[in-house]
Ligand binder design. Sequence first.
Ligand SMILES: Cc1cc2nc3c(=O)[nH]c(=O)nc-3n(C[C@H](O)[C@H](O)[C@H](O)COP(=O)(O)O)c2cc1C
Length: 241
Amino acid sequence: MYRIFAYCGSRNPQSRTLQAIVLIQQWLSSLQDSIDTQISWTICTPKDLRILPSDGTAWEFSTGVDRQELLGIDDSGRLKTMIEHCDYLILGSPTYGHNVSGDMKIVMDRLCYWSHLFYLSGKPGMPLVSASTNGYLKVGDMLERFMDSLGIVRDPTAYNTYGMPFENNEAQGAARHILAALTSHEASMPNGYQEELFRSYKRSYIRRNEQNAEYRYWKKHRMFDCDSLAEYFASLPQVEH
Ligand SMILES: Cc1cc2nc3c(=O)[nH]c(=O)nc-3n(C[C@H](O)[C@H](O)[C@H](O)COP(=O)(O)O)c2cc1C
């Protein structure tokens, strides 16, 4: 079973971001006959999951523990589990004032400590951005950099704007990318930006004390022993479906 998880950062009942995700889902199900493995989808919006904003303590970076998740006062535990366990991650956001939506930013803030760990290393994914007319490239860039920092191997960003509506052609293309990523037997490769981040984090974290959660994670996963993120990706076990 391949599991796809999509988070759509829009509360709009007529969300064009959500419509684009559903169109990709429909196209992927029409391509599904070409493979033996079933594909399951979970699509969530801020109306399905209550995610509190960061408490601002940055405790999770140094301890590895997200206090709000631990207290069970929101659905962040559920969200993280769905993201961790999926085989393909779609993050879709509307453009609000040339930025991601507030709901998407909250999710990004809450997952930010994962980015210092390349926690989703090798997981394939796709950013998706909706807008009426302007500011969407900046939003695409934000989602791309965020997904890069999590270690995700990205497919091209999908855009749904008035000038470039996301229709059948685009959805079919996106579905083909997803299918190829899910069924690929080739080694996942990080991009240049991810390699640069890896080098800079490695230089910094190796000097930390042994109590620090980032140091401990890097040590446990033998990331300090890797000369590159590509080498780390190659050391990861293959996911069974
Ligand atoms: C608060 C707010 C700010 C917006 N800012 C922009 C913007 O900067 N540029 C733009 O092209 N569209 C902007 N829009 C329009 C939305 O990006 C557009 O309606 C998009 O389809 C929203 O995604 P959704 O349909 O998934 O909710 C804005 C809409 C809202 C509600």
